[in-house]
Design a protein. Structure first.
Ligand SMILES: [Zn+2]
Length: 482
């Protein structure tokens, strides 16, 4: 009986919120504000849902009905207050995510409420702040324009709503874990929102945030203090690197995705090893700019790293950090450091190898080739690579002395990875030919503006894929050596 009254109340409440928003719009309230009133008002129904319903299936009914109703309203443009471009299905994705969270996360009310409030309060505040105070704009992966100020508002609002939700629901969790979970959820919500695919924010923000809250409460409560600190640290470093133009906005996302598990699960050794690789690589790319400029025009990578490069360089190590947290086996730490050492060795070899006074040679044929050729090696580059790998091992050992014994293996794993990188670069990596300049390049569009054609290798094997494979070799070598 209680659930039937809850159903009646649900339809009455949602109908009243929509009527108020639509009525105010017809009386002159602007569409964005009216839409936001409805968005926030309907989203707050999650609190009524959790308090009034017994059955998760009946609790999902109003949302499921809204999916169908909103689709018809959207297509026929029945309500002026929520009308949007045809491809913006935000009003349909909103109840879809609401229903999915109710069905999936019903046994963790904090996850359910936190996820929906991230979308309801966070998203509304982010777009308001972005429109009013957004100065530092960026292009999202979904081809929209968002602002850093809006993303920070999303972070702040989700942090506060999650902390408040956890305080009210009071799951059995120590304060440090609650704080860690709130930071993790807020970073996740800001990242999901920053991807910026039209209307889909209403799907990915609540689902991503809610499922992360559910998993944190259910699966890894003991890891939350570390992961929260890892998310905060990597977000801060990522934003600093964006400001310094070492990372593109998508590269900042990549830094958070790889840095959070490395700091949170790999400890200071894993986290600082990543920072050592990243800071040294960025510094080296700024050094000797004039001497490297003519060669760098041919490389796929530029000084500013994007999401693909961040994942290619740090993804394997981040996955190994998860393995380390799950198993506690030091071999996984060998894989973490081996993967980062391979990325570092390759970066150092590339950045400093171009300064070699003698011509480099192809790793497969030992034929002399021009500097910067994919698959070319030189003594200068190899020594630089060894330095880059040794730095990673050294920083990890200084961060946590138990890893001193790993240092030679980390250096060796890094060199193995860099060698794999050269070997793949010489054989399967896609290398293009610029007809105007008459030379090899990793770019499909050459620095001169001319389009290039495939010269050797396989078209699907990009520079990022080769880097990923090289870090996998480094991680495997590190894993086996320990
Ligand atoms: Zn050219």
């Amino acid at each position: 009986m209680g659930d039937l009254w809850a159903l009646v109340l649900a339809f009455a409440y949602v109908g009243a919120v929509v009527a108020v928003g639509e009525g105010a719009h017809r009386l002159g309230l602007s569409r964005p504000v009216a839409r936001k009133v409805i968005h926030v008002g309907v989203g707050l129904w999650i609190i009524g849902t959790v308090l009034l319903f017994e059955s998760r299936y009946l609790a999902a009914v109003p949302a499921l009905v809204s999916v169908a109703a909103n689709y018809v309203i959207h297509r026929r443009r029945l309500l002026g207050s929520v009308a949007a471009e045809a491809e913006n299905l935000g009003t349909v994705w909103f109840p879809v995510s609401f229903a999915l969270l109710v069905l999936f996360a019903w046994d963790e009310p904090a996850a359910l409420v936190g996820g929906v409030l991230a979308m309801t309060v966070g998203d509304a505040l982010a777009s308001t702040v972005g429109l009013r105070w957004g100065r530092r704009q960026y292009a999202t992966l979904g081809g929209r324009t968002k602002s850093l100020e809006g993303s920070l508002a999303m972070f702040g609002a989700t942090l506060l709503t999650t902390l408040a939700t956890l305080w009210v629901v009071a799951p059995p969790l120590p304060p440090a874990a609650q704080a860690g979970l709130a930071v993790l959820a807020a970073v996740a919500a800001a990242c999901a929102e920053s991807v910026g695919i039209k209307g889909r924010d209403n799907l990915w923000v609540p689902l991503g945030t809610g499922l992360l809250l559910w998993a944190g409460l259910r699966l890894f409560p003991h890891l939350l203090p570390g992961l929260g600190a890892g998310a905060a640290l990597s977000a801060a470093i990522g934003l600093l690197a964006w400001w310094k133009r070492s990372l593109s906005p998508s590269g900042t996302l990549g830094a958070i995705l790889t840095g959070t598990p490395l700091f949170g699960l790999g400890g200071w050794a894993g986290g600082l090893a990543l920072v050592a690789f990243f800071v040294s690589g960025s510094a080296l790319s700024h050094l000797f700019r004039d001497r490297k400029a003519p060669v760098e025009a041919d490389f796929a990578k530029t000084g500013t790293r994007d999401l693909g490069q961040a994942l290619a360089n740090g993804g394997v190590a981040a996955a190994a950090a998860v393995g380390y947290a799950v198993s506690g086996d030091p071999a996984w730490m060998g894989a973490v450091l081996g993967g980062i050492a391979a990325a570092s060795a390759d970066t150092w070899a590339t950045e400093l190898g171009v300064l070699s006074r003698t011509a480099p040679r192809m790793v497969t044929t030992f034929r002399e080739v021009p500097p910067g050729t994919s698959g070319a090696v030189s003594l200068t580059g190899t020594l630089a690579g060894l330095g880059g790998a040794a730095l990673v091992g050294l920083v990890a050992a200084l961060a946590d002395p138990v890893w001193w014994r790993l240092m030679p293996w980390v250096a060796a794993a890094g060199i193995a990875g860099a060698f794999a990188d050269s070997l793949l670069g010489a054989t399967v990596q896609a290398v293009y030919w610029c007809p105007r300049c008459g030379k090899e390049t990793e770019r499909t569009l050459h620095g001169c503006g001319s389009t290039t054609r495939l010269h050797r290798g396989l078209p699907a094997v990009s520079n990022d894929l080769v880097n990923l494979a090289a870090t996998l070799v480094g991680a495997a070598a590190g894993f086996l050596a320990v």
